[in-house]
Ligand binder design. Structure first.
Ligand SMILES: NC(=O)c1ccc[n+]([C@@H]2O[C@H](COP(=O)([O-])OP(=O)(O)OC[C@H]3O[C@@H](n4cnc5c(N)ncnc54)[C@H](OP(=O)(O)O)[C@@H]3O)[C@@H](O)[C@H]2O)c1
Length: 278
């Protein structure tokens, strides 16, 4: 039985708190990386149409011998497909590439507030169709700002189950956590290791020495103890194993607090208010 805890989303669906991310994994390396992750015990994969490796993610899951129902799979809508008909086509293509008849979670990847006349609401209504017809078990948003979330909350029928945003010890995002907690929206922390940039921090290093764990393990544990879902990416087999070996230790409340206090509001990725790449 897996030691990875599940959390229950606001629609009752269960999601493993630790998964495996595949952003920037080349298609030709993806089957090996996802296979190593499944072998190590990961049962949650985070991909996206824009990562260009959905087909290989599906292939690794098919080859693993695991039942489709044993692996939680997320994909995301491409930025060039926000108009309802384009979103319907893109969703069909994601399912086809993965070789699935349903997704566990489908997200709007970026809000793109400066494109499509600022209309991410009709895009969300289209995702509601996929949820209602059962082809995705949950829907959510990525990179939305709190005011974008509030607008959906005011204008749409289904509240997002998941809010996927950049979070790491240098970008703790306390301001959005209250809204999510109030509306039972689960937070997913993308780039949980800050793409490696937080791993040389002296505070994290000293906590890692105390715990006899690595800085990456301490950072992942910090996320989980704050209640966030994470999916670190690695193409390195030893790191893939290291990143899941985080369930035999804990951080004290003071240690969690000391890591949260490292916040600098420093992004490694683009600003969702201005990001408009298609
Ligand atoms: N929604 C969005 O817009 C969005 C944006 C970015 C990311 N994401 C999701 O979040 C996932 C993770 O984010 P990310 O890939 O950007 O960054 P990340 O997981 O924070 O960091 C990945 C980097 O850290 C290295 N690494 C992994 N484990 C390590 C360890 N134990 N010790 C030292 N270094 C380690 C990896 O190197 P090697 O691979 O060389 O081992 C890679 O360079 C993505 O794969 C994707 O699924 C979503």
């Amino acid at each position: 039985m897996s030691v990875i805890p599940d959390i229950t989303l606001n629609n009752g669906q269960q999601i493993p708190m630790l998964g495996f991310g595949v952003f920037l994994i080349e298609p030709e390396d993806t089957v090996a990386a996802v296979s190593a992750a499944l072998e190590a015990g990961y049962r949650h994969i985070d991909t996206a149409e824009m990562y260009g490796n959905e087909k290989e993610v599906g292939e690794a899951i098919a080859r693993s011998g695991l039942d489709r129902s044993e692996v939680f799979v997320t994909s995301k809508l491409s930025n060039d497909a926000h108009r309802p008909d384009d979103a319907r086509r893109a969703f069909d293509e994601s399912l086809k590439a993965l070789g699935f008849d349903y997704l566990d979670l489908f997200l709007i990847h970026w809000p793109l507030p400066t494109r499509y006349d600022g209309d991410y609401v009709s895009t969300w209504s289209t995702l509601e169709e996929f949820y209602r017809d059962g082809r995705t078990r949950s829907i959510g948003v990525s990179n939305f700002q709190p005011r974008h979330l509030r607008r959906l909350h005011g204008e749409c029928e289904i509240i997002p189950a998941v809010y996927q945003i950049e979070v790491n010890p240098y970008l703790t995002r306390e301001e959005v956590r209250g809204f999510c907690a109030e509306h039972q929206i689960a937070v997913e922390a993308w780039s949980p290791l800050g793409r490696g940039q937080v791993l040389n921090d002296p505070t994290i290093g000293s906590i890692a020495r105390r715990a006899a764990k690595t800085p990456a393990q301490v950072v992942l544990r910090w996320h989980l103890q704050r209640g966030d879902i994470v999916f670190p990416k690695s193409v390195t087999p030893d790191r893939i194993k290291e990143n899941i070996d985080i369930f035999d230790f804990g951080l004290s409340a003071d240690e969690v607090e000391a890591i949260s206090a490292l916040n600098r509001n420093e992004r490694t990725g683009p600003d969702p208010d201005t990001f408009d790449a298609i």
